[in-house]
Structures are given as structure tokens and as C-alpha cells.
Design a binder for this molecule. Structure first.
Ligand SMILES: [Zn+2]
Length: 440
């Protein structure tokens, strides 16, 4: 299997050690854990746990002869309520670009301030570090080999020029680290799928996963990058869940303000992957019309619900109860993956919806309940958009509160004075139309 080696991979004696995987996990006191040196994580010092495939005792069977997965040991998974990975892609950055390398550190800072990190939460909240990048084979289940190798080759030009544009809409830029950092972000999702699946074998309420990653992924189409996105992190994870864990039916809920056209394209004719997107009507990239419902055997497993500009908390609650819930209940997924974009927030500069921190808390809490009801609690969130660092970080923090079944702190962050009346009649009409189209 092709695998890119990067400096942060576990190295022992100058070589990568087969079947030995290191994780840095904060705040646990598991006997397997031993003090380790400082690593490159944003949070500073860490504890490291070493485990082999046989240690973990939770590795899923290797369905198609591919690699073994390496989930965290059962003893760690048992107590965890949240697992997260951070892949901030610090080298992938462009000055003054909204999709900047400030985004993930801003989220991690907010988690720290609100005492939602492993340092404060012990074994409840675990950060998986030093996860592997996705392999080229993992990515090639979604993207063409021509695109993948072309991007890798473009890195030398990016190195010479400092920054290049790899796609015209957005526009989407790359630096010399973009290829490696994008593989690492896709790998974060894979690591979380491995551990969430393993945990779901231990009990009915496994931890929720959150991949705090960038560049985002849901606009990246099978043949190339698009709209700030390089590799479809969530699409790669969906295929991986099927291939590695035999989870046949994957539900993808995308509540980013923009239509996840890349994910939609990747699975448009696939009956086993249900792609459901809410997005602002008429926003970038202009795809995601309601009457596009999938094709061939995949007809009916794509649901697009464009929301009129100005839609907010009321709209999304109605859409969730009347469209999302019956769709997921009917599909009966084996795992739910979520394209969690926070750019529908009223303060976000790139769009015109009126979600609040409280809306994102509601979404996280409701999706968690759906996952517990329908698919053994298996659920992983993937960061997509969100460009106001303040609303992005407080909304992700409140997502964590929802995962922990703790009260929302939205009242501290949301200012009702900035909200205006939602276009309720147009929203009701859109919901009625999509329910009719999908026989919900
Ligand atoms: Zn977006």
C-alpha cells in the first residue's frame, strides 16, 4: 500500500515500526499510558499510549484484505464521550484568505478556555494524535489517480513559487505542504472512524468523533479540487467505513451553508450512501437543486434542501424534524458522518443564513440521538466551512457540549439583536416540496 511518510509519524530507531502505532491521548491515567516527550500538538505536552493491533482487541476484521485498523484500546474507549483529532495544516495558508491556518487553532483555543480538552476532562474527552495520513489507496476510492498524482507533482511548483492556485472557483490555493497536509486531514477522519467503530462494539453509547481538519473537503470533486477543498475528507471516510469495517450503509448529513457538491457527485448513483444537504439557496457553487435526487440505483439517496436566505434556527429545527429525521430513519444507516460547516452562522462573512450557536448545539444533539437510535451511536463530524473565527470556535465548543449532554452555552455567545425575521412561509413551502419529492 502506498503511504506517504511524514516527519510526525512514529519513528523508532530511524524506521517506522510495523504494527506499532503511537497515540498521544491527553488526560488519561490508563496503565498502558506512559509519559512521552513533547510532540508537535497545538496543546503542548501529552501522554502517549503505544498499542499494537493485538493490544487493542477491538480491531475490526479486515473485510477486503486491506490494512488492519488500529483503534484505541478498549479500556480508553470505554470511558470516552468525545474523540477528536486536530489537523490544522499550518503550512497550507494564504494571507487574508478566509480558509486560513488560524481556523483550527482558534477552535482548539476555545475548547481549552471552555475546559473541553482532555486536560480538563480526563478520560471523557480524548485527542488522538500522530494518526496516519490517509493512504493513496484510501483517497483513490473517491478521487482519480490522475488528480492525486497531479497534485503531488504540483508540489514542486508550489515550492518554487510559494503559493499556487489549483482551481479557479473559490479560488483554491496550494502551498508546498498542501498534498501531505491534505492526506493527514483525510487520515484524521479515518482514525476516528476506526476508534468510533471499535467503541461501538463495547456499548450502545460510543464516543462521538470530531475531525478538526482543514483544508475542508466537501466541494472537492472526484477529478479535482474545488472551493477551498482538496480531498473529500468525509467521502474518503465513508468509503473507508464500507471497505474496512463492512459498514454498508453510510448516511452523510451536510449542514454547511454551501452545497457539498463534491460529496454529492462522488455518491450520486450509489444507493448505499445517502447524501443529505441543507444549504443556502443560490449560494456557491450553485449546485444542489431540490429536484436532484440521485440517479440509477442511487435515485432517492440524494436529498438537497436549499434554504432561502435568512433562514435560521426556526428553519433548521423544522427541516431537521420534518426532513432529516424521517430520511435517516427510513435509510437505516450503519454509521452517520456529518459535514459540519459553521458558515451558516449569522456572523459568518461568506453567506446569508442566520444560524446561531444554539442552532449548532441543536444539530449536534439531535444527530447524536439519531445515531444512538439507529446505528449503535457511530457518528463522526468533519469540519468543513466556518470563517468567522469567533462564531466558528464557540459553535464547535457548543457542539462538544451537546456531545457531552451538557447544557448549551449559546446564550453567552448569541446576540438576538442581530437576528431578523426568518422567511417562514418560503421555508415551509420548501420543506413541503422536498417531503413530497421524497415521499417523506
Ligand atoms: Zn461552506
Amino acid at each position: 500500500m502506498e503511504r506517504l511518510r511524514i516527519p510526525s509519524l512514529p519513528i523508532l530507531g530511524g524506521r517506522m515500526v510495523p504494527l506499532l502505532r503511537h497515540y498521544c491521548v491527553f488526560g488519561t491515567h490508563h496503565p498502558l499510558i506512559q509519559a512521552a516527550g513533547r510532540n508537535q500538538n497545538l496543546n503542548g505536552g501529552c501522554w502517549s499510549v503505544q498499542c499494537t493491533a493485538s493490544d487493542s482487541g477491538t480491531s475490526a476484521s479486515d473485510v477486503n484484505g486491506a490494512r488492519k485498523d488500529f483503534a484505541l484500546p478498549d479500556s480508553l474507549l470505554h470511558d470516552a464521550r468525545i474523540l477528536y483529532c486536530a489537523s490544522p495544516a499550518m503550512g497550507h495558508n494564504k494571507e487574508s484568505h478566509p480558509e486560513s491556518n488560524k481556523r483550527v487553532p482558534a477552535i482548539v483555543d476555545a475548547l481549552e478556555k471552555l475546559e473541553l480538552t482532555p486536560k480538563h476532562r480526563g478520560s471523557q474527552v480524548l485527542e488522538i494524535q500522530n494518526f496516519y495520513p490517509a493512504s493513496l489507496d484510501d483517497v483513490a476510492r473517491v478521487h482519480s489517480r490522475t488528480y492525486i498524482s497531479g497534485l503531488e507533482k504540483a508540489m514542486s511548483r508550489a515550492s518554487d513559487e510559494g503559493l499556487i492556485f489549483i482551481e479557479g472557483t473559490g479560488p483554491t490555493y496550494a502551498t508546498h505542504t498542501t498534498f501531505q497536509e491534505s492526506l493527514l486531514s483525510a487520515g484524521a477522519g479515518i482514525a476516528l472512524v476506526d476508534s468510533v467503530v471499535a467503541a461501538s462494539k463495547l456499548g450502545p453509547s460510543p464516543p462521538l468523533g470530531f475531525a478538526l481538519v482543514r483544508p475542508p473537503g466537501h466541494h472537492a470533486v472526484p477529478k479535482g479540487p474545488m472551493g477551498f477543498c482538496v480531498f473529500g475528507n468525509i467521502a474518503v471516510a465513508a468509503r473507508y467505513a464500507q471497505h474496512q469495517h463492512g459498514l454498508k450503509r453510510v448516511m452523510i448529513i451536510d449542514f454547511d451553508v454551501h452545497h457539498g457538491n463534491g460529496t454529492c457527485d462522488a455518491f450520486y448513483d450509489d444507493p448505499d450512501i445517502f447524501f443529505l444537504s441543507t444549504h443556502q439557496l443560490g449560494s456557491y457553487p450553485g449546485t444542489g437543486k431540490m429536484d436532484l435526487v440521485g440517479q440509477g440505483s442511487g435515485e432517492g439517496t440524494t436529498l438537497n434542501l436549499p434554504l432561502p436566505g435568512g433562514s435560521g434556527d426556526y428553519s433548521m429545527r423544522c427541516a431537521f424534524d420534518e426532513v432529516v429525521v424521517p430520511s435517516v430513519q427510513r435509510f437505516k444507516p450503519d454509521i452517520i458522518l456529518v459535514s459540519a460547516g459553521y458558515d451558516a452562522h449569522v456572523l459568518d462573512p461568506l453567506a446569508g443564513l442566520q444560524f446561531t450557536t444554539g442552532t449548532f448545539y441543536m444539530l449536534a444533539s439531535s444527530i447524536k440521538e439519531l445515531a444512538r437510535e439507529l446505528c449503535g451511536g457511530r457518528c463522526v463530524f468533519f469540519l468543513e466551512g466556518g470563517y468567522n473565527l469567533q462564531s466558528l470556535s464557540s459553535s464547535v465548543a457548543d457542539t462538544f457540549h451537546a456531545f457531552l449532554d451538557e447544557p448549551s452555552l449559546a446564550a453567552q455567545f448569541d446576540d438576538p439583536a442581530v437576528l431578523y425575521e426568518e422567511p417562514t412561509q418560503r421555508i415551509k413551502a420548501a420543506i413541503e416540496k422536498v417531503r413530497h419529492l421524497h415521499s417523506l
